[in-house]
Design a protein around this ligand. Structure first.
Ligand code: URA
Ligand code: URA
Length: 319
């Protein structure tokens, strides 16, 4: 597939996922590439072919065709950053300890998708959930403290509702408390948390600037994976937190956060690198920091994901 076809496949995929605010609907692929600064516009004869309906992406293209970053960079096009948006400062990776060497040893020159074409201004409301009566984040936390919705409270030392700046507009969602989190009652304060803090610093956020929470609010014994019934029991808390927080951007860390929020079983490798929506809120998926500690090859894509999240945050801040 050439870049044009991949871009088309990507746009089709987004449309299928309900991205109705896409301005691109009214444009041909050639138009889009012109907007994006394609240096090699196709012959105009080709434009006619854009008028016909495009078959479903699922019938015609592998799922990996959704990587529009590659599509754009391969044609040398990068949508411009919104005016006045400073690039996030250079990554703080050099300060990382040896066992947590940061996100990626790269500068900010990696091709980034622009955000203007993706992010609409409207933020859809979350439907009122079963916890709509909990009026504040503290109320949610208090409810979690006495929750017996699954068995995890029996083995956990503390509940870990989440913490941070409730008005920041940037929310990180992880999987579940680990041992250190369970002991301290705070999210992401162990090794994975140290790395998350560095990742956030790399996009010019202090940890306390953002809100950090997890899908599960009690630790699964031995750090085992969350069980489906635990996710089911606990996710109303996350939904209510997000409803109260109304963030501008959600960063889903790892498979469980991504799949829970997006209600999908698609593997994380296919979810990352794109802008999803959670009830209208732009949602970026990236690898879990704990996974990065195990697999350094994922640092580079994570760096790209969080830069994308930051760009979207900045662009949403202006609208
Ligand atoms: N891993 C998570 O997913 N969440 C935490 O809070 C800590 C580690
Ligand atoms: N604790 C961690 O550090 N990472 C996980 O993914 C879960 C628990």
């Amino acid at each position: 597939m050439d870049a044009r076809e991949r871009l088309r496949a990507y746009l089709e995929q987004r449309r299928e996922m309900g991205e109705s605010e896409f301005v691109l609907d009214a444009l041909s692929v050639d138009d889009v590439l012109r907007v994006l600064g394609d240096k090699h516009p196709a012959p105009s004869a080709r434009a006619g072919s854009d008028a016909r309906p495009t078959p479903s992406v699922r019938d015609t293209a592998p799922p990996t065709s959704g990587n529009w970053r590659e599509a754009l960079s391969s044609i040398g096009a990068e949508a411009p950053a919104p005016k006045g948006t400073p690039r996030p400062s250079a990554p703080a990776v050099k300060t990382a300890p040896d066992d947590a060497p940061g996100v990626a040893s790269t500068d900010a020159s990696a091709p980034l998708p622009g955000t203007g074409l993706i992010v609409g201004s409207a933020m859809g409301d979350l439907p009122p959930g079963p916890l709509a009566h909990l009026a504040t984040l503290d109320d949610v936390a208090a409810h979690i403290a006495s929750c017996h919705g699954c068995t995890l409270y029996q083995t956990a030392k503390n509940h870990v509702p989440g913490e941070g700046n409730p008005t920041a507009g940037f929310v990180c969602v992880g999987e579940a408390p680990g041992q250190t989190e369970d002991e301290l009652g705070r999210p992401f304060v162990g090794r994975a948390g140290e790395l998350l803090t560095k990742i956030l610093e790399a996009i010019a956020f202090k940890r306390e600037d953002v809100f950090i929470c997890n899908v599960l609010k009690h630790r699964p014994p031995g750090n085992r994976n969350p069980a489906p019934d635990e996710i089911k029991a606990c996710s109303p808390y996350l939904m209510r937190q997000l409803e109260l927080l109304r963030p501008r951007v959600i960063l889903a860390l790892g498979t469980f956060a991504a799949q829970t929020l997006l209600q999908t079983t698609t593997p994380i490798g296919k979810l990352r690198g794109q802008v999803h929506r959670f009830h209208g809120i732009p949602l970026i998926v990236t690898y879990h920091p704990a996974a990065l500690l195990r697999n350094p090859a994922w640092k580079r894509p994570t760096w790209e994901d969080v830069q994308l999240a930051r760009r979207i945050f900045d662009s949403a801040a202006q609208s």
